[in-house]
Design a protein around this ligand. Structure first.
Ligand SMILES: [Zn+2]
Length: 276
């Protein structure tokens, strides 16, 4: 049986291929050796249970430590089937209430930013590792386009590295919660981060890109040969710069943030970012 290379995504849980984590978690090596999947809680990123090749669940935390909805979600999780088609969007249920808890009204934010809610896909493709050797998850077609673009750049002597790809609503909510806890005003956060549920990273089609020798995710990236290469060649690979200077969404200039969209001639296969 080949090793799984997908992240399976549900409202509360992510299913991670166990082999991806095996090397890092020496203390849990015995447990992990029999596991095929790891169930991770999206909200706090804790690993909750293992799933073996027969679909048997082995909890990693005592049942009493888990909220009832999590216990249910774990009990309902079976072995994921290999994807038979493009990813499908997960429902956006609960997003409005979670934004409300942050003090944000989803409808008025959508109206003033011109951004639409971005559902998460129900599965993502492993697209290698990011700059910190973490698994990089992308929409399968974006992953393919990214690898082609990276190879084309390298052939021209340009090294492109991924800083980050897919990000869940929960991760974006966590970013906001931490910044709020540090005392940052909501408007200040919204000038650099799209509201949770509205980031292109939720689709698995957006990538933050860096190149060696330039600080990551800083405007200085625009003065690198890598940025000049991207400006000239990224559109041919389906990637466009989402937040140029003076963009209508009120988001700060991000020369490192590129989003893949299908070419007009290609039928949209489960693509979750609407073309602008
Ligand atoms: Zn980005």
């Amino acid at each position: 049986m080949s090793l799984p290379r997908q992240l399976h995504n549900t409202r509360l849980l992510e299913l991670w291929p166990a082999w991806l984590l095996r090397a890092r978690r020496g203390a849990d090596a015995r447990l992990l050796s029999g596991a095929r999947w790891l169930l991770r809680h999206k909200a706090d990123r804790r690993y909750l249970a293992l799933l073996d090749g027969e679909g048997r669940v082995q909890p990693l935390l005592p049942r009493a430590a888990l909220a009832p909805d999590l216990r249910c979600a774990i009990a309902e999780t079976g072995l994921p089937a290999a994807p038979s088609g493009p990813p499908r969007p997960l429902a956006l249920d609960g997003l409005e209430a979670r934004l409300q808890a942050l003090g944000l009204d989803a409808a008025s934010y959508a109206a003033r930013s011109g951004l639409a809610p971005v559902p998460e896909p129900d599965w993502l493709q492993l697209a290698g590792r990011d700059r910190w050797r973490r698994p990089l998850w992308l929409h399968p077609q974006a992953a393919h386009a990214w690898h082609r673009m990276q190879a084309a750049a390298l052939a021209d002597g340009i090294v492109l590295e991924a800083l980050s790809g897919y990000r869940s609503h929960d991760v974006q909510l966590g970013i906001f919660a931490r910044k709020r806890a540090r005392g940052l005003a909501m408007e200040a956060i919204l000038s650099v981060n799209a509201a949770p549920g509205f980031s292109e990273h939720h689709s698995g089609c957006a990538l933050d890109i860096r190149t060696p020798g330039a600080p990551p995710a800083e405007e200085a990236f625009e003065r690198t040969p890598a940025f000049a290469w991207l400006q000239a060649h990224a559109p041919a690979h389906g990637f466009t710069l989402s937040y140029p200077r003076g963009n209508p969404h009120g988001i700060a200039y991000e020369p490192w943030h590129w989003c893949w969209r299908p070419p007009p001639a290609m039928p949209a296969q489960g693509i979750l970012v609407s073309a602008r």
